[in-house]
Structure formats: C-alpha cells, structure tokens
Design a protein around this ligand. Structure first.
Ligand code: AMP
Ligand code: GLY
Length: 418
C-alpha cells in the first residue's frame, strides 16, 4: 500500500519510520514533508486539499494520515471523504475540540467529563465576576488556535483581569482571543494520553509526559514541547481505567450522538490531582514530541492501526507495544521559541542503531546537506529496558549530532526518575 502523510515535522517523520517497519508499505509520500523526509519517501508540494485528493487518486495512494491540527481544522478529512478516499484524521466539525477551547469546555461540561471549573465569555464584566470567585493562580485562555501560546497562568486576580482585557480587545492574540475561557488552576501532574479512534472503537496508548517549558526544572517560557518519554510510571492501572471510563468512552459516545463521530487521534491533556484525572484540553492529533517516543514502541503494524481506524474496523486488531521505554530529547535552534534562527548545517556522526535514532523536524535540504531551519530541529530518541537506559541512549545521541546554536534540556523524564 502507498501512504500519504500530511505534515512535515518530527511527528510525521516518526509516523513514517513506524510505517516503514511494515513490509507491505510500498511507498510513502509527504505533503509537504521536510528536508529529511525525502529520504523516507517523496515530498509533494500541493497545498490545496482538492488538488491533493486528485493526486492521491492518480497515484493510487490507499491511505492518508494527517499529522497536524491545522489541516484537520481546515477540513481536509471532509474533502478526502467526499472523494471516497481512506483518511485517518478527524472531520472539521470534530476538530473544533482542539480548534475552540470554548467548544471543548462546553462539550466536556455537557457530557460530565471531569475538567477545571470555568466560564466562557466575551464579556469583561462576566469574566471579572467569575475571577472574583476563584483563588489565585487563575488560568486565562484565548478561545482559538494560538500554537500553544494562548494560555496565561495569572499569579493574582488583577493579572487575570488584565489578561482577559488584553485578549478581548484583540491586543494579545488577535481574533483567537475574541472569546476567552477563564478557569480554576489545577495543581497536579500532567500526562499526555492518546487514544486512536475509529468513530466507535478505540485503542489507548501508553501514557507519555511532555516537557513544555524551555529550560531545565520546568523554567522559562512555554514551548511546543522540549522532550517526552513513555510509558510513564505516573500512570497506573487506575489512571488508565478512569481515563477510559470517564473520559474516552463518554467523549466517543458524545461525539457520535452529536453527529460528528470521532475518527482520529484523541489527545487527552490530563492533569492528575489527588489521583483523579481531569481533562485540561483535547487535541485532535498526536502530540509532538510525544509521537516520536510512542511510534518506536509500537509492536503492531502502524499501517494496520491507522488503516483499520480510518475504515471503522479497529475492533479487528490487537494493539501491542514493546516491553521497553522511549525517551525523546528535542534539539532546538538558538532562538527557539522566540523566532526562527538562521539556517545552519547539521553534522551527524550518529550510526543507525536499535537503541537510538533521530526524528527530523525543522530541517531543510540544500545541495544534499541537511540544515537546521525550524524552531524545533530534531528529536534524539533513545530506547531501553528502563527509562534510565532509554534516556542515556537519547543523550548519547545528542553528542553525535550537532549544529551551531543547538540547545536542549538536560532533564527529560525527570519526573519518572526522581
Ligand atoms: P493548554 O493549551 O490548555 O494545554 O494549556 C497549556 C498548559 O497550561 C498546560 O499544559 C498546563 O501546563 C497549563 N494549564 C492549562 N490549564 C490549566 C489549569 N486549569 N490548571 C493548571 N495548569 C493549566
Ligand atoms: N506536545 C504537546 C503538543 O503537541 O501539543
């Protein structure tokens, strides 16, 4: 089978590596891919979804897998389905679970799914009133997509009220902040839990932890994620059971009942407070860098998993994972997350090994040389029989690969190892 992967980051690179382990995968295409995916398949430069669907038909591509949220929110799945093409990714309607925080919070509340107490409003007065009922810190979120940057944790009520004003008058996040969600602060630890869903059935994956802050000890600004590991010992059987019973099942049922069956990845940004699971947010796709540590742990064929999910037949497969751990260390450019740095050539002495590999993300290729060009440039992934061993393998790999200005955190997986 030929497969198209939409996207061009480390997540899509990791999905490609997993697909290539299945010999029945003939050829991979990437739209748009990056400067390293052309070594795994063919990069396709077609942005228009109708034209991309035509290309998929012409090339007899049997499955399309969508990596990032933007094309889902823009409706790529609906267009491909109209053309009777198999696509793994949620519909435009379902993508609102990520595209609008207000939609997501209201959905959680309609279906009694545990989440932080909140108000969604465009009124400064109503927001102020609700803020006065909360204890600091207070969380203020812009409604729309802000590439992970629309969340402010205000230290006190005044700062919360100021943040609301900044968003509602369009200063902070433009249109994305025209409506806000104000919510109570949940004080616990975060997990990234993923379920692959086919509209009706689901398969839950081992829980991962991301590291959102730029610097060691969770200091510095928020980023898209500086590293991840899985499975995390911070998720025990009870946490998985709660997540399935109180989060995944009511979500799939709710989405189906509301006329938008959920076919794609359900990414639960969970906060565990006093052993209880709360939903902080939903995303409608794999996390990046979580995907880079989950894909190498898959024992089941990634092609089977995504194809069965896309065609409503997930109940036909058994999802199995290796009895190992994976740690991924994101190597970012000098100016991340503030701006893109000038492209720098990447030198690599890394050898292909069973215990470690690189997932390329923000890279370009010029005259055969791979350049670091994006914010998060690549992920060094280590595997091992313990988290400690996996982490050593990941950090060993960071020494083999370099570019000017490269930076990374030194404490990925610390919550599992302390
Ligand atoms: P979100 O985009 O909603 O995932 O928010 C980004 C980050 O802000 C989360 O990963 C949390 O670290 C933090 N956060 C969001 N909402 C809350 C909350 N209600 N309580 C505590 N932390 C939160
Ligand atoms: N790593 C978190 C995200 O992809 O949103």
């Amino acid at each position: 089978m030929k497969i198209l992967i939409v996207g061009g980051g480390g997540r899509e690179y990791a999905i490609a590596l997993a697909l290539k382990r299945d010999e029945s995968v003939e050829c991979l295409y990437f739209a748009p891919g990056n400067g390293a995916t052309d070594e795994l398949g063919v990069n396709v430069d077609i942005k228009d979804f109708e034209k991309l669907a035509e290309f998929v038909k012409k090339e007899s591509i049997g499955l399309t897998i969508v990596g990032p949220e933007a094309p889902l929110v823009e409706g790529i799945t609906d267009i491909f389905k109209k053309h009777n093409l198999a696509i793994f990714g949620v519909s435009k309607d379902a993508a609102r679970l990520e595209g609008s925080k207000a939609f997501m919070k209201d959905f959680l509340s309609r279906h009694n799914i545990p989440t932080a107490r909140y108000i969604q409003t465009s009124s400064i007065e109503k927001a102020d009133e609700f803020i006065d009922t909360l204890k600091a810190p207070i969380v203020v979120k812009a409604d729309g997509l802000c590439a992970g940057k629309g969340v402010i944790i205000a230290k006190n009520k005044e700062e919360a009220k100021e943040s609301v004003r900044g968003m509602l008058n369009g200063e902070s996040f433009g249109d994305a902040g025209k409506s806000v969600v104000v919510e109570e602060f949940l004080d616990g630890y975060e997990l990234s839990i993923f379920a692959v869903c086919d509209g009706e059935n689901y398969k839950i994956l081992p829980a991962a932890q991301d590291h959102k802050r730029l610097l060691d000890n969770d200091e510095g600004p928020n980023t898209g994620g500086m590293g991840a590991y899985a499975p995390t010992p911070l998720a025990n059987d009870d946490i998985y059971a709660q997540t399935e019973e109180f989060v995944i099942k009511p979500t799939l049922k709710g989405m189906k009942d509301e006329g938008m069956p959920y076919t794609g990845v359900l990414f639960i940004g969970a906060m565990v407070v006093d052993k209880k699971v709360y939903v902080l947010e939903y995303n409608v796709r794999f996390g990046d860098p979580e995907c880079e540590v989950l894909m190498p742990l898959l024992k089941t064929s990634a092609k089977d998993l995504f194809y069965k999910a896309a065609t409503g037949r997930l109940d036909e497969i058994k999802l199995e994972f290796k009895n190992e751990f994976a740690v991924g260390v994101v190597v970012a450019g000098k100016d991340y997350p503030y701006k893109n740095s000038e492209p720098k050539p990447i030198t690599s002495k890394a050898k292909i090994s069973a215990n470690s590999h690189v997932a390329y993300a923000g890279v370009d290729k010029k005259e055969g040389v791979i350049y670091a060009s994006g914010g998060r440039v690549l992920v060094c992934v280590g595997l091992g029989e313990s988290i400690k061993a996996a982490r050593e393998n990941a950090y060993d790999l960071t020494k083999e690969i370099s570019f000017e200005g490269a930076k990374f955190r030194n404490d990925i997986a610390y919550q599992a190892l302390r």
